[in-house]
Design a protein around this ligand. Structure first.
Ligand SMILES: [Zn+2]
Length: 508
C-alpha cells in the first residue's frame, strides 16, 4: 500500500482514547490510514515533516449561519451614537435595499429610530441588531408592514415580517456568501459547520437555499438544519405514522460526508441580548421575563411531528422557561414513540437551572453551547441574570458531571467564531472584560477540545467518521503553532494549516 500523504513530526492529540497521541499520521483516499508504527514503514506519494507542530482533529462548529455571516453589509459594529450610525449608513453604495448589521442598542447614546434613518432617503433600510433577534428599519419599510406600530425597532415576529420583504437572495449571491464564510472558518481550523436553519425563519435567504449549498461545492463539510416551518402535511400511509414532512420525505442523515441534512430546527424563544429569551423569573431589575417564540401549539406539534417523522431535533431554547418547554415536549414525544438514540439537541441551552440538569441527561439531549457568547457578552448577561442565575449560564462542568455530551459552536456571526477562543473561554470562564462568568463551570482543555471535535461530531451524528484522528475516519485536521494544553493564551495560538479529507484547504 502506498499512502497519499504521510505527516511526520506531529504532536497529535487524536481525541481517540485507543491511541491518544501520535507523531505520524498516514492518509489515504481522504481518510486516516493509520498512526505511528501502523504506517511508519509504508511508502507515501508525499511526506511532510510538521516540525513538532501540534495536530488536532478539525474543529466542528455545530451551529453557524454561513450565508448570513458571509453577507456583505454595511457594518456599524462598535458605533455608539445615532450620528455615527447614520453617517456610516450614508456610505451605502448602489441602490435598492440598504442592509446593515452590527447594531448594538445597549451601547447607544439613545435608541435609533425610523425617523433618524429617514434622513438617508427613500431606499428601504434594514439594520440588524447584533443579537439576531431584532432590527431597526426606516419608514419606507414600516409603511409596508400594515398592522405593526413601531418607532423602527422590531423584534422577533415583527422583525421576520420586515426581513421577508427583502427576501429572497439569488443563488449566486448565497454561493458567494458561503465561499466567503468557508474561507474564514478554514483559517480558524474549522473543517465542518452545521448551518442552523435553512428554508424559513429569520435567517433564511431563499426557498432554494439547499441548492446554493449544492452548487457552491464548498471546501468544508456542511450539514444543513432545516427549519420546522418547512414541514407540511403529507398523505403518507397511516402505517408510517408520519403526518408532516418536507418534500420527498427527506430527513436527518440524507446526503454524504461533504453535504448532508442535519436536524430539524425550531425556535422556542429569543435571546438574552434582545431580552427575549424566555425565563421563569424576570430579567434582574425589570418585570420582563422574555417570550416564547411561537404559540405552544405550533412548537409542540413541530417537536412531536418531527420526532415521529424520524428527524433529529435541534430546539433553540435559551431561557430556562423555554428549556422547560423543550424538555416537556421531547419527553412527550419519546413517550408516544420511543426512539433510541434520537439525539435531539438543545441549541444554546443558555440558562439551565440546577433541577433541569438531570432531565437533560435522562432525555439524552445534547446542549449545543456558544462559549464565545459569554466571552463577548458575559458582563452584560451576568447583570441581567442577577447573582443567583449568573453561574447557570452556558454551563460546562455541570453538563459533563451529569454525563451529558456537550457540543461546541459559535453561532457565527452572532459571536466570534474562533474555536480556540471558545476553548479558552470554556477553560478560563473569563469574559473579554475580565469578569469571571460561572467559574465553577470551567472544564479542562482536553474536555473543551473534545466538545469542539467529538462532541460536535456526535451532535451532528458524524462521530463514526469525524471528531478524532482514528484510522478509518476522514482525514480532517488542524495544525497549530502551540499546544492548547500548556498555552496560557489559547485564543492567540496561530492556526498554521487546515486539512479536509487529507487536502490542504488553508495555510498560514
Ligand atoms: Zn443561531
Amino acid at each position: 500500500m502506498r499512502l497519499d500523504l504521510k505527516l511526520t513530526g506531529c504532536r497529535a492529540l487524536t481525541m481517540d482514547p485507543a491511541h491518544p497521541a501520535a507523531h505520524t499520521i498516514g492518509i489515504w483516499q481522504g481518510r486516516v490510514a493509520g498512526l505511528d508504527e501502523q504506517v511508519a514503514d509504508l511508502p507515501a506519494a508525499e511526506t511532510v515533516d510538521l516540525g513538532n507542530a501540534v495536530v488536532l482533529p478539525g474543529f466542528i462548529d455545530a451551529h453557524t449561519h454561513l450565508a448570513w455571516n458571509g453577507r456583505r453589509t454595511i457594518d456599524v459594529t462598535g458605533l455608539t451614537t445615532v450620528a455615527q450610525v447614520v453617517e456610516r449608513l450614508a456610505q451605502a453604495p448602489g441602490n435598492g435595499w440598504i442592509e446593515a448589521s452590527g447594531y448594538d442598542r445597549r451601547i447607544m447614546d439613545r435608541p435609533l429610530t425610523a425617523a433618524d434613518l429617514d434622513a438617508l432617503g427613500d431606499r428601504p433600510l434594514y439594520l440588524a441588531d447584533l443579537s439576531g433577534h431584532a432590527c431597526v428599519v426606516n419608514s419606507v419599510v414600516l409603511k409596508q408592514l400594515p398592522g405593526i406600530t413601531s418607532d423602527g425597532w422590531l423584534t422577533e415576529n415583527e422583525q421576520l415580517a420586515a426581513r421577508s420583504l427583502r427576501l429572497p437572495y439569488s443563488l449566486d449571491e448565497i454561493v458567494a456568501e458561503l465561499h466567503e464564510s468557508a474561507r474564514q472558518v478554514l483559517a480558524e481550523g474549522v473543517t465542518m459547520c452545521a448551518e442552523a436553519g435553512i428554508g424559513a425563519g429569520l435567517i433564511a435567504s431563499s426557498p432554494l437555499e439547499a441548492a446554493a449549498y449544492q452548487r457552491a461545492q464548498l471546501p468544508i463539510r456542511v450539514q444543513l438544519m432545516v427549519s420546522a416551518h418547512v414541514l407540511h402535511p403529507v398523505d403518507a400511509d397511516p402505517a408510517d405514522g408520519i403526518s408532516r414532512a418536507i418534500d420527498l420525505g427527506l430527513h436527518t442523515g440524507f446526503g454524504d460526508d461533504m453535504l448532508s441534512l442535519g436536524a430539524l430546527k425550531l425556535w422556542t424563544d429569543g435571546g438574552m441580548m434582545a431580552r427575549t429569551a424566555a425565563l421563569t423569573e424576570p430579567y434582574a431589575g425589570s418585570d420582563n421575563a422574555g417570550q416564547l417564540a411561537d404559540t405552544e401549539e405550533f412548537m409542540r406539534a413541530a417537536i412531536l411531528d418531527g420526532h415521529h417523522a424520524g428527524w433529529q431535533l435541534a430546539i433553540h431554547a435559551i431561557g430556562d422557561r423555554a428549556i422547560d418547554f423543550a424538555l416537556d415536549a421531547v419527553a412527550e414525544a419519546q413517550q408516544q414513540r420511543p426512539r433510541h438514540d434520537a439525539r435531539h439537541r438543545i441549541e444554546h441551552c443558555g440558562l439551565v437551572r440546577p433541577d433541569q440538569l438531570e432531565r437533560i441527561a435522562a432525555l439524552g439531549l445534547i446542549p449545543v453551547v456558544q462559549p464565545t457568547f459569554l466571552w463577548a457578552y458575559g458582563d452584560d448577561y451576568s447583570v441581567i441574570m442577577g447573582e443567583k442565575r449568573a453561574p447557570w449560564m452556558y454551563r460546562g462542568r455541570s453538563f459533563l458531571d451529569h454525563g451529558i455530551t456537550v457540543a461546541g459552536s459559535s453561532d457565527r456571526p452572532v459571536a466570534d467564531g474562533s474555536p480556540l477562543r471558545a476553548i479558552e473561554f470554556m477553560v478560563r470562564r473569563r469574559s473579554s472584560g475580565g469578569r469571571a462568568v460561572g467559574p465553577d463551570e470551567a472544564i479542562t482543555v482536553e474536555e473543551a477540545i473534545r466538545a469542539y471535535t467529538l462532541g460536535s461530531a456526535y451532535a451532528c451524528r458524524k462521530e463514526h467518521v469525524l471528531g478524532s484522528l482514528t484510522p478509518g475516519k476522514l482525514a480532517d485536521l488542524v495544525v497549530l503553532g502551540d499546544d492548547p494544553r500548556t498555552s496560557d493564551a489559547i485564543a492567540d495560538i496561530p492556526v498554521l494549516a487546515t486539512m479536509v479529507g487529507g487536502n490542504l484547504m488553508a495555510q498560514r
